[in-house]
Design a protein around this ligand. Structure first.
Ligand code: PMP
Length: 511
């Protein structure tokens, strides 16, 4: 690709894709659930159901947060004061602990590692889990090394006969060396997962478009189907590896198998976000928790999209009775104005040396931590009013979407979600009557074209989930009103009618 001086240089291909779906508008202002783009001299309002992919549970430009941010900047709060005391980070961690303890009933504390984005928080979790695994691997290596040494001593002092014993010890050592060197850590995560797009986290993201090219880079994951009983155990059975240990039994050396700590962590979203808004089935969650306990590995709960109150509880995992050893939070933690993420680790698993191995220039700064602390205060105000509103608004939204599914059973395949994390899945119709509809279905961008139509014709912003393009996602702020839900329903009714009753020309991209 070549560029001229006037050409778009910031991700030009993406700009083209946006243009082809009619989504290439520039928003100049955001307020509550409304984004504005400029047309000539006027600002055109757009009702925003994307909500920064889940980052604006409190809406765009929340007045109290904006006022607080102004105050902080005016007071010259130092953004860059790395390697000094950070009481504001401690305050965020303390507030998160209070909320999580209340919600999960746990009395164990969680230590916090800060980050700048969701993927970074997940990578911190991956690294911490790998640190835990490393310690177990090295402990095992030392234990087996000691028993091989003891066996050699027994050969040397004649307790056991040489000859066969020497060969056996050589075999055991060769086998173990191969397992130690050739068995990278393995993460277990559900089919459909999305945990980020950095070098490590992208390997835990199921969609091969984001993962396959980079699979040689780093960690490895096995994706477990969520609706097949016994699937987790099957994966563990097929992927586990064994080390050989030795024991002296009278005048003989015997070989004993010991499990190699291959598995690193179970990582899961309580509700798949980018995978199409699917809540994890409870039996699957129970299986994952049991297997993690058996393998002694941490359960990492990715609440980056589902957490912070959007589902009516601070953690969506609360609804499933799922307790995390680690939690990852981001998106709405920054209140729509700061880039802040945090990874929490249960005290009993926490390795404090990790703090000397992991850091980021931008993470844990005063500005983003103070904003996050304020966001937590806003969420907790009036005895959790925001959570209750998210739940009731979400119920209203889901009821409206379910109404559409009843009205258009041939067009709407499913409506799913919890609270303000809702999804509507369209029926895939590769054999649609009209050529235009067949093209839309065959394009791989179905949901994006529908989004372009909704923006163009109804002033509504929604997107498909990134790994399931037939599912539109709706993640507005907790302030979304009945009128706005009504406007969305009308607009979606129009989409459904276009698909059911017309040749789909109006849905097709312009130009
Ligand atoms: N985990 C989940 C569940 C997400 O939804 C996302 C973002 N969509 C991420 C991780 C990655 O977050 P970020 O884009 O901030 O890196």
């Amino acid at each position: 690709m070549t560029a001229t001086a006037t050409e778009e240089l910031a991700e030009p291909y993406l700009r083209g894709v946006l243009a082809s779906a009619g989504l290439d508008v520039e928003y100049v202002r955001g307020d509550g659930d409304t984004l504005y783009y400029r047309r000539g001299t006027e600002d055109v309002p757009v009702l925003d159901f994307v909500g920064g992919y889940g980052s604006t549970l409190l809406g765009h430009s929340h007045p109290e947060l904006i006022a607080y941010a102004r105050e902080l900047l005016a007071a010259q709060t130092p953004i860059h004061a790395q390697f000094s005391r950070h009481p504001y980070a401690n305050e965020v961690a303390a507030k998160l602990n209070r909320i999580i303890k209340r919600e999960t009933g746990s009395d164990e504390s969680y230590f916090a590692i800060f980050a700048n984005s969701g993927a970074e928080a997940i990578e911190a979790a991956m690294k911490h889990a790998e640190f835990e695994r490393y310690i177990r691997v090295e402990t095992l290596r030392a234990e087996i090394g000691a028993s091989i040494e003891a066996a050699r001593t027994a050969v040397a002092d004649g307790t056991v006969a040489a000859g066969e014993a020497d060969a056996l010890l050589a075999d055991v050592t060769a086998h173990n060396d191969a397992v130690f060197a050739g068995t990278p850590p393995l993460f277990l995560t559900p089919v459909g997962s999305f945990h980020g797009k950095l070098a490590g986290s992208t390997q835990l993201t199921h969609n091969p478009v984001y993962r396959a090219v980079f699979s040689a880079l780093a960690a490895q994951a096995r994706f477990v189907p969520v609706d097949e009983p016994g699937a987790v155990d099957d994966v563990v059975r097929s992927e586990r590896r064994w080390l050989h240990d030795v024991a002296i039994d009278g005048d003989r050396i015997t070989v004993v198998q010991r499990p190699f700590p291959r598995f690193c962590a179970v990582v899961l979203e309580p509700i798949l976000g980018e995978g199409g808004i699917h809540e994890m089935p409870e039996p699957f969650v129970r299986d994952l928790q049991r297997v993690a306990a058996e393998l002694e590995i941490p359960v990492v709960v990715d609440e980056i999209q589902s957490g912070m109150g959007r589902t009516g509880a601070f953690l969506a995992s609360t609804h499933l009775g799922l307790r995390g050893d680690y939690y990852a939070l981001a998106k709405s933690l920054g209140g729509g104005i700061a880039k802040v993420a945090v990874m929490l680790v249960r005290a009993s698993r926490y390795k404090s040396d990790f703090e000397m191995m992991h850091s980021s220039t931008f993470a844990k700064d005063s500005f983003s931590c103070l904003i996050a602390a304020k966001v937590l205060d806003l969420l907790e105000a009036d005895d959790g009013e925001v959570y209750r509103t998210a739940e009731s608004r979400g119920a209203e939204l889901l009821t409206a979407l379910q109404g559409l599914m009843k009205e258009f059973p041939d067009v709407v395949k499913d409506v799913r979600g919890r609270g303000l994390m809702a999804g509507l899945e369209f029926v895939e119709q590769s054999d649609a009557r009209s050529g235009t509809l067949r093209e839309l279905h065959g394009s791989g961008f179905f949901g994006y074209y529908v989004s372009g139509f909704l923006l163009r014709e109804h002033g509504i912003r929604t997107f498909p989930t990134s790994s399931a393009v037939y599912t539109l996602r709706f993640e507005p702020s907790a302030n979304i009103g009945t009128a706005e839900i009504g406007k969305l329903t009308e607009a979606l009714r129009d989409v459904c009618s276009q698909i059911r009753d017309t040749d789909g020309e109006r849905l097709a991209p312009i130009g």
